[in-house]
Design a protein around this ligand. Sequence first.
Ligand SMILES: NC(=O)c1ccc[n+]([C@@H]2O[C@H](COP(=O)([O-])OP(=O)(O)OC[C@H]3O[C@@H](n4cnc5c(N)ncnc54)[C@H](OP(=O)(O)O)[C@@H]3O)[C@@H](O)[C@H]2O)c1
Length: 280
Amino acid sequence: MTTPSSTHHLSDGTDAPLVGFGTYPLRGEEGIAAMVSALEGGYRWLDTAVNYENEVEVGEALRRSGVPREEVRVATKIPGRFHAHDLALQSLRDSAQRLGLEQIDVALIHWPNPSRGLYPQAWAALVEAQREGLVRTIGVSNFTEEHLARVVDETGVTPALNQLELHPRFPQERMRAVHERLGILTQAWSPLGKREAPFEEEAVARAAATHDVTPGQVVLRWHVQIGSMPLPKSATPSRQRENLDVTGFELTDDEVAAVSALGRQDGRLFGGDPDTHEEM
Ligand SMILES: NC(=O)c1ccc[n+]([C@@H]2O[C@H](COP(=O)([O-])OP(=O)(O)OC[C@H]3O[C@@H](n4cnc5c(N)ncnc54)[C@H](OP(=O)(O)O)[C@@H]3O)[C@@H](O)[C@H]2O)c1
């Protein structure tokens, strides 16, 4: 049985908590309130992106929460329209300004958009930004094994993390093995599965009853035990607390396997295959 440590250690020497907080589509005063509540409830990793149009709110929530700056890691993402080298650097500077931060804790390439072929330029810009101190941790999102190989080949620098669609209906077994081999942390977007959340599935419902927790907690605990860092989003304070409270019980190997068995080849939520789906 896996006994996960309470923290992920990234290849660049920084740490990440077991569970982070997804901020899309939290915006405006309501969004700030939800993020402040998440920070007060104990979240220490906020996931945003230029395209979520809420970096100002994330920065504001950070300041209003009163949580010491050094305790929280804010991750943002460069959108497809800024992949060209100089535009990528500009995107990072603009993000830092909107967030109100001197240094961006974590910056990722949001989608590889392979048909445009500019993601290696965006990666080179991230490597430069890290050397200059504008960004602390650099990584990618929605990269396949091929995209990872290309950026590593061209720069000699391996992304510290890759954020992927990952939930019980799409467990990403192959990419998790690739990450393990390359020393890359796997982060999970839509970790609960959104409208396809498997809360009624026997594997999840039974484990929830056995451990006296909610189905959501079973799914998030499953992430922790397979080495994935989930980024659940919730605007509801009680759910936020529930989603963070996943260290007081442990699933058996059989329970983990039963949840993984819900996986399907076509289990993606909206067909977001990074070889073909592109976002600008
Ligand atoms: N890199 C990428 O390309 C990418 C793509 C998509 C998302 N993301 C990131 O991943 C984060 C999370 O993804 P997501 O929002 O798509 O999916 P998710 O976190 O799996 O699901 C969020 C939905 O689940 C509900 N929920 C949360 N906790 C729950 C619980 N304990 N029980 C029942 N329902 C619960 C939320 O409702 P309430 O808010 O009403 O509680 C919300 O409707 C995003 O916020 C974003 O930061 C990244």
